[in-house]
Design a protein around this ligand. Structure first.
Ligand code: PLP
Length: 378
């Protein structure tokens, strides 16, 4: 059976260059980077080469990049320790953040009495940056702002430069969950002036179980995980050398073909949208469509019909992997927190299709063919 993978926002397949690099490290570079002998020094140089690659792509200094097990760990590290050690008592965020941010914020509100303010979002998922400005102008003390760059469910992209400029003008630290953006959009930290940024390798064709955060030296927080002196005392635990090397190879590869990849995915997305609109009735798209969107993510809203609940199931049995925008709790499907925040109509079905530079028009044609009969045609 043909299989089509359109769930790249969930995770991405490894690039063959990444597999080669990781295999080489696993086979031939088994040292512990903390050991002082040859094997240790050899592993250490791999880790530091990878850090250099990441720092040069993101235009920051190598001392500002710290490897972690995931973006989830990186986000927890920053948010929790900014509260625990840097005197943050108020966090301004948005209701469409990933659960690893939202649940951390809920924890901080409940157990550390942090005041959490969620910005209003419009029906495309754009947080209200005027509101951010007015909140900071009223009170900027002990405040941290945490906003994602690209929403993982609907692809809406934040005006990150403007958000950072607002925070900088009030000298308020800003954390950005850039998991869906790193490897897909150019990020120049020397211009953006963020305090913290987080990423996860498996979202950009690198391995699972490895991520990193950027921490600006004006906003240092202490370590979250205690133990050895790894990552310059910022993140204890023996480094995942093959993961770190794989991460750097993936980022480097994507960065080299950056504009080409973006344009290709954007063309594919337009093609898919056109096919859907041409063939099926009452198709809508969630999130920004004209500007400020990441083309890799397309959230399609299908009209109510007797088959709508079976859409995901039917795509799956036809070999098509996509993601439902519904969360199933105790057997009852309800729209995800993101779809609720953008007031998606609950009787419609939202499906997230997410692409990579390796997705083809044939893949799209196959999906359109299989959607016949599953959603009302024109
Ligand atoms: N933030 C965003 C926007 C995401 O999409 C994800 C994963 O889906 C994460 C954070 C968490 O990434 P990880 O599970 O790799 O820690």
């Amino acid at each position: 059976m043909k299989r089509v993978y359109l769930d790249n926002a969930s995770t991405t397949p490894l690039l063959s260059e990444v597999v080669d690099m990781m295999t080489e490290v696993i086979r031939n570079h088994h040292g512990n980077p903390s050991s002082i002998h040859f094997f240790g020094r050899d592993a250490r140089s791999l880790v530091e080469d990878a850090r250099k690659t990441v720092a040069s792509i993101l235009r920051c200094s190598i001392g500002e990049i710290f490897f972690t097990s995931s973006a989830t760990e990186a986000n927890n590290t920053i948010l929790k320790n900014a509260v625990m050690y840097n005197g943050i008592t108020r966090i301004i965020s948005s209701p469409t953040e990933h659960h690893c941010v939202l649940h951390t914020l809920e924890h901080l509100a409940e157990h550390h009495l942090v005041e959490v303010i969620y910005l209003e979002v419009d029906r495309k998922g754009n947080p209200n940056l005027d509101q951010l400005e007015s909140l900071l102008s009223n009170d900027k003390n002990h405040t941290l702002v945490s906003l994602m760059y690209v929403n993982n469910e609907i692809g809406t992209m934040l005006d990150l430069q403007r958000a950072a400029d607002i925070c900088n003008s009030y000298s308020v630290p800003i954390h950005c969950d850039a998991v869906q953006a790193v490897g897909k959009l150019p990020i120049d930290l020397s211009k953006l002036n963020l305090s913290y940024l987080t990423a996860s390798a498996h979202k950009f064709h690198g391995p699972k179980g490895i991520g990193f955060f950027y921490m600006n030296m004006d906003h240092i927080i202490p370590p979250y995980i205690h133990g050895g002196a790894q990552e310059r005392n910022m993140r204890a635990g023996t480094e995942n050398t093959y993961g770190i090397s794989g991460l750097a190879v993936a980022l480097n590869h994507l960065n080299q073909n950056h504009q080409e990849n973006f344009d290709q995915v954007n063309d594919l997305r337009s093609y898919f949208k056109q096919q859907l609109v041409d063939h099926f009735a009452d198709i809508r798209f969630n999130g920004n469509q004209e500007e400020n969107y990441l083309p890799h993510i397309l959230s399609v809203s299908f009209p109510p019909s007797d088959k709508v609940e079976m859409l995901m199931f039917n795509l799956d049995i036809n070999g098509i992997a996509a993601s439902s925008g519904s969360a199933c709790s105790s057997g009852i499907e309800s729209d995800s927190h993101v779809l609720q925040a953008i007031r998606h109509e609950p009787d419609r079905a939202a499906i997230r299709f997410s692409f990579s530079p390796w997705t083809t028009r044939e893949d799209i044609d196959y999906v359109v063919e299989k959607l016949n009969g599953l959603t009302p045609s024109k």
